[in-house]
Design a protein around this ligand. Structure first.
Ligand code: VGL
Ligand code: ZN
Length: 211
């Protein structure tokens, strides 16, 4: 069984959002084409969903700016602009993204004291979101990961998927990265490859060239 995991394609991560990932809007039609292909037994999405007082927001640390690092519950935490606050439009999925065929949605980052880049676990791996259990219970053995951002939530989702034993494919052109530091996306791709994640393009999949 194959699942498509759509990571954090939410208004705050695309053009006009508070943490807009460059080119983020461009992946929406690509992901829609992948969903329409009928290739997947399951389509699931993750949703970055923070309380307003979340510890990853620079606004919640006096005198700190986005891009700076603090200690949050014992872990190094990069500070971000306030984003994906629950019950705000920024946390909603992008309107043009087809959502009618989704099987499940997994929220993450809901605890103010801990961030959660991966769709499977929070950053300290204290709690699971339920995504891994859901996929295993449904007999999924292969996952394809797409979404935002390549160098954060997509990367950690793909790494955890591989570690959990799923055959894991990253569909490179259906993702975009933040590139806080030059080369972050390229390094993320290398790290995923080194950990057993296969890197492909949408064109290869739609042609049936990925087996
Ligand atoms: C993300 C930074 C903060 C992501 C989420 O979805 O990649 N990045 N929160
Ligand atoms: Zn976040």
């Amino acid at each position: 069984m194959k699942a498509l995991i759509i990571v954090d394609v939410q208004n705050d991560f695309v053009d006009g959002g508070t943490l807009a990932v460059p080119g983020g809007t461009e992946i929406v039609p690509v992901i829609n084409a992948l969903q329409a292909n009928g290739h997947y037994d399951y389509v699931v999405a993750t949703q970055d969903l923070h309380p307003a007082n979340h510890g990853s927001f620079a606004d919640n640390h006096e005198g700190k700016l986005p891009g700076e690092t603090v200690n949050l519950s014992g872990l190094d935490q990069i500070l971000w602009p306030t984003h994906c606050v629950a019950k705000t439009a920024g946390a909603d999925f992008v309107d043009d993204l087809h959502q009618d065929n989704w099987d499940a949605i997994f929220p993450k980052g809901t605890d103010a004291r801990i961030d959660s880049y991966s769709g499977f676990f929070d950053n300290g791996k204290l709690k699971a979101t339920g995504l891994g259990k859901y996929l295993k219970e449904n007999g999924v053995n292969e996952v394809h990961v797409v979404g935002l951002a390549t160098d954060y939530c997509v990367k950690f989702t793909a790494l955890d998927a591989a570690e959990l034993g799923f055959q894991t494919i990253l569909i490179q052109d259906a993702c975009r990265g933040v590139n806080l530091q030059d080369g972050d996306v390229a390094r993320a791709i290398t790290q995923m490859k080194e950990n057993g994640v296969r890197i492909v393009d949408t064109g290869m999949l739609l042609k049936g060239a990925v087996v």
